[in-house]
Structure formats: structure tokens, C-alpha cells
Design a protein. Structure first.
Length: 127
């Protein structure tokens, strides 16, 4: 099955040896997004909520570049350096997603790239 590399300037450029997303058939694998502003490539530091929103905006941009949307997310992984922010993730997520919600995991981690407090990756299934 041929693979298509997904790339958009509306999300941060890859800062390592990876692609923003890879499409294989109807499945799109989105790489982890941290709260980098795609215009400046600087970390959003206003608040944890601002970081969460930036990550969802970045995922949304990559999903759209792949021909989908956040509604196509089948699986979402959330990585937090402080799990006390999980309720805030749920609150913000409800603004970006509607039922039926994707399958999801939330994982507490010791640290994330560039000192981010949140990172997320996703798998889309396009119709």
C-alpha cells in the first residue's frame, strides 16, 4: 500500500526525523504535537489551557491537510507532565470534539520536548 506524507505550514514543522503525518490507505497517523506556534516555532507559554488549545489546533491543521478533520480521529493519545491538568484537557477537548468521541489514552510523563506540558498524537480513519 503506497504511503503519502502529509505536510502543512498551518502546524509546526517537524523538529526531528519524522513527518507531520503519514497516510496509508484511509488511515492517517499523526505525529505527536506539542504547543508550538507554527508561525514562530516557539512554545506557547501563556497557560496550560493555551498549550492544550494550541496542540488541538495543530492536530486539527494536520488532519485537515490529510483531507479529514478532528471528527475522523479514531484514537487520541494525550501525554501530560502533570495529570492534575486532565480535567482541563477534558473541558477543552469538548470544544473540539463531539460524540461519538475517539478512543483515548492519557499518560503521565516526566518531561516533554522543549519543556511542553502537553503532547498529543492521533490516528484518523478517513471515510
Amino acid at each position: 500500500m503506497p504511503r503519502e506524507i502529509i505536510r502543512t505550514d498551518k502546524a509546526p514543522q517537524a523538529i526531528g526525523t519524522y513527518s507531520q503525518a503519514v497516510k496509508a490507505g484511509n488511515t492517517v497517523y499523526l505525529s505527536g504535537q506539542i504547543p508550538l506556534d507554527p508561525a514562530t516555532m516557539e512554545l506557547v507559554t501563556d497557560s496550560v489551557e493555551a498549550q492544550i488549545r494550541r496542540v488541538f489546533d495543530n492536530l486539527k491543521a494536520v488532519a485537515e491537510a490529510a483531507g479529514g478533520s478532528l471528527a475522523d480521529v479514531a484514537k487520541l493519545n494525550i501525554f501530560l507532565t502533570d495529570l492534575t491538568h486532565f480535567a482541563l484537557v477534558n473541558q477543552v477537548m469538548a470544544e473540539y470534539f463531539s460524540e461519538p468521541y475517539p478512543a483515548r489514552a492519557a499518560i503521565g510523563v516526566a518531561s516533554l520536548p522543549k519543556g511542553a506540558q502537553v503532547e498529543m498524537d492521533a490516528i484518523l480513519e478517513l471515510g
